[in-house]
Design a protein around this ligand. Structure first.
Ligand SMILES: Nc1ncnc2c1ncn2[C@@H]1O[C@H](COP(=O)(O)OP(=O)(O)OP(=O)(O)O)[C@@H](O)[C@H]1O
Ligand SMILES: [Mg+2]
Length: 437
């Protein structure tokens, strides 16, 4: 069967040309001329990949992207952006875009990105990002997820950073009778207070300066599905009464709206903060806390999961070896000992990062302890890294990236080939390190 590609682009000429390029390459293509009809087509036609322009009216590419991340996160969405709007493109990547291409679009590059997107999708749907680990606590956790998914009650997910709270939230969605409905995630810590209210409840056109269109809030987008309030401990006190009302009454009032609208959502929330303590200190409302905490699940730290460490390490080794096309396929006993002895303050996320770097460093078939970065300083590097700073290995990596790019005159496709990584992996790294020509 031919892969189906949806192309959303308002410029008619470009739309026709790209449609030709794609159908010549053997893809089945449908087109739309703005975000609204793009989403309609996505809903009805169910493409395997979506290409969308960013700037369109009245509804733009972010609208399309958002539909995808709520309803079909496994479908890669590639952004087309005008030259010089890289910041918006980076914003799009943060919102879940698979990759972006700047205009004028290079046809070869387009086909390369499409091919990678479709391949990524295939490996992704096989992996389905399941919880790894067969320790007793993890087995119990899987049963708990089914239980938590079986009702419409709110669930509070607690645990240290990197223990898999978001993964568990998605697992609950998958196991629930709402699995065909949307999964909408709002990060309460990363959205500025004045935007957060509109993100949650929506706003009406003209309700404040800059509100040029009606905006649908997360509650409405999650109708019939699940709303995941991530980093709930960072929800500003000022917004808590309005959230309480929405959760209690199952209805919301958009900013500037007159009529409340009822919604059916199951609420999941998560935090790595000590919410009980925050309630005692009056930094979090007690009444809201009780509403969100109807059921709760506490994720164990990786250091308390017995042999999960080596099991998960090996799984990541296989995954990254495949992704970066490296020959490594096993891990030495010495390396395992080091991993076992470590405390893992950043839990599974940290283990994943360590294995990713180790695979990149390893040139042979067996991953030995010398490929594993110094874990005693890893605790430090973990916090420094999240603050956006770098260490030795990172400097080395940057050096390699730059060398390859220079060698190929900043042609990313060729540089990625040289480095033996995918083009999107390269792009991800360039963004992470802020490397530019
Ligand atoms: N049991 C697991 N098996 C496989 N991957 C896992 C597991 N737990 C976590 N991960 C991976 O570790 C990373 C962090 O997980 P996640 O985002 O769910 O953590 P979190 O608890 O939400 O952390 P934070 O509090 O920092 O937001 C993700 O890449 C996730 O896929
Ligand atoms: Mg999280």
């Amino acid at each position: 069967m031919r892969d189906k590609i949806l192309l959303v682009e308002d410029e008619e000429k470009l739309r026709r040309i790209l449609q030709l390029v794609l159908s010549d390459a053997g893809y089945e293509v449908q087109t739309a001329a703005d975000g609204g009809s793009g989403v309609e087509c996505w809903k009805n036609w169910k493409p395997s990949l979506v290409l969308t322009d960013l700037k369109m009216a009245p509804l733009d590419g972010l609208h399309v992207l958002r539909y995808g991340s709520d309803h079909a996160p496994e479908i890669p969405c590639v952004m087309l952006t005008a030259f010089g709007t890289v910041e918006t493109a980076v914003e799009a990547m943060k919102n879940g875009a698979f990759d972006f291409l700047t205009k004028p679009v290079d046809h070869e590059q387009l086909l390369e990105v499409v091919k990678q997107g479709l391949e990524g999708k295939r490996t992704k749907s096989k992996k389905t990002a399941d919880l790894l680990g067969s320790s007793t606590v993890m087995q119990e956790l899987r049963e708990e997820i089914n239980l938590l998914a079986s009702t419409d009650s709110a669930v509070l997910i607690l645990g240290e950073s990197g223990t898999g709270k978001e993964l568990v939230a998605r697992g609950i969605h998958k196991a629930s009778k709402r699995s065909q409905g949307p999964f909408v995630r709002i990060n309460c810590a990363s959205i500025p207070v004045d935007l957060l209210e509109s993100e949650l409840f929506g706003h009406k056109k003209g309700s404040f300066t800059g509100a040029t269109e009606n905006h649908e809030g997360a509650f409405v987008r999650a109708d019939g599905g699940i709303l995941f309030l991530d980093e709930i401990g960072d929800l500003p006190l000022a917004l808590q009464p309005k959230l309480l009302h929405a959760v209690e009454e199952k209805e919301i009032l958009p900013i500037g709206g007159k009529k409340p609208q009822s919604v059916s959502v199951k609420i999941l929330s998560a935090t790595n903060l000590d919410l009980d303590e925050m309630v005692r200190e009056r930094k979090f409302r007690t009444d809201l806390y009780y509403r969100l905490n109807i059921m709760r699940v506490v994720l164990p730290a990786l250091r308390d999961r017995g042999h999960d460490v080596e099991e998960i390490a090996v799984a990541f080794l296989t995954r990254f070896a495949h992704e970066f096309d490296r020959p490594v396929s096993r891990i030495s006993d010495r390396a395992i000992d080091i991993l076992r002895a470590y405390r893992w303050p950043g839990n599974v996320r940290e283990l994943r990062n360590v294995m990713e770097r180790a695979v990149l460093r390893c040139s042979g078939k067996e991953l030995d302890s010398d490929c594993i970065s110094n874990l005693t300083s890893e605790e430090e590097s973990f916090s420094i890294e999240t603050a956006g700073s770098n260490l030795d290995l990172v400097a080395k990596e940057q050096e390699l990236l730059l060398a390859a790019l220079k060698q190929h005159n900043w042609n990313k496709t060729q540089a990625a080939k040289e480095l033996n990584i995918s083009r999107s992996a390269l792009r991800y790294r360039l963004q992470k390190y802020g490397l530019k020509k």
